[in-house]
Design a protein around this ligand. Structure first.
Ligand code: ZN
Length: 302
């Protein structure tokens, strides 16, 4: 009995998918948020942000604003297969896994321990959720007493985490690592992956063939009315909103047939109807993240 080609493909796909199951919008999602947020900065905020980034020699990404929006993922993954120092210290900061059945933000944020006195947020405990990290880094960014190096780190984490908290599966869990452990197959293409990765990258690719065209498509949602409407609420509100989207859309298979993949894992078939429900949600989430990131930076550098 030979290997079935589909089995080999699937094993390869799984092997390739695991290291990139990244608990984050893929680069393109963050680049869209970066592009649209940068365009909304006031001249004063833009000058302050540019000045901080200009001094930053970190080689993990290019130095421009849009590239730096992906930096926190690169930093987390920079030693993921070696010492895991950056990985273990920061990987939990990218999400808030609120269980969709009976979960709470308090629980998903490890009971919200305060940052120990005198500790820079970039050196804070590994067990912290994206909501608390955003609040800590925002405080540092607005405080003139924060040393420049820490302020730059705060800026780079904020630029990334505002994007992450808007990905519904960064604010929700169904005992499956925010969808990382839920196998999916997109029909009719037969593309297999996991639900989290589908939302991180696959849906975003449907918005445009590159970050520029996708940003233009997402940017159309940012009308003055929407921008005013979205420039409200706390980080906690945004996380709860993402969690709600996960319940109503990401985890709503609405009678789609489940399937069993080649490894025996039960999963969900995602068809055109699922995509038609999911795509506008992903698009709006990216638009909201852009408006809110710009608002936070404009307020920090008033
Ligand atoms: Zn991330």
């Amino acid at each position: 009995m030979g290997f079935r080609p589909s089995l080999i493909c699937s094993v390869l796909a799984t092997a390739l998918a695991i290291p990139t199951a990244s608990w984050a919008w893929g680069d393109m999602g963050h680049e869209i948020v970066g592009t649209l947020a940068y365009a909304r900065l006031t001249p004063k905020a833009r000058k302050a942000v540019d000045a901080l980034l200009a001094k930053d020699k970190d080689p993990l990404t290019k130095p421009d604003f849009v590239s730096r929006a992906t930096w926190a993922d690169k930093y987390r993954d920079s030693d993921r297969t070696t010492t895991q120092l950056h990985y273990k210290a920061t990987h939990q900061w990218h999400f808030v896994d609120i269980e969709i059945e009976g979960g709470s933000l308090q629980q998903a944020c490890f009971d919200r321990p305060p940052l120990p006195a005198g500790t820079p947020a970039s050196q804070g405990p590994a067990k912290a959720c994206v909501v608390d990290k955003l609040e800590q880094f925002m405080k540092e960014l607005a405080d003139p007493a924060t040393p420049t190096g820490e302020k730059t780190l705060a800026l780079k984490f904020i630029m990334h985490f505002v994007g992450d908290v808007h990905q519904p599966l960064h604010a929700a869990d169904h005992h499956d690592g925010g969808g990382n452990a839920l196998a999916i197959e997109v029909v009719p293409s037969t593309w297999q992956s996991n639900l989290h990765s589908y939302w991180d990258t696959q849906l975003v690719k449907r918005l445009g063939s590159n970050p520029t065209t996708a940003s233009a498509a997402v940017g159309k949602l940012i009308t003055p009315q929407n921008a005013a409407l979205w420039s409200t609420g706390s980080v906690e509100d945004w996380a709860q909103e993402s969690n709600e989207k996960a319940k109503t859309t990401a985890y709503n298979f609405n009678g789609e047939k489940s399937f069993v993949d080649d490894h025996g894992s039960a999963g969900e078939l995602l068809d055109a109807k699922y995509e038609a429900r999911a795509l506008p949600v992903a698009k709006e989430a990216l638009a909201k993240a852009s408006v809110r990131l710009a608002k936070l930076l404009n307020d920090a550098f008033k």
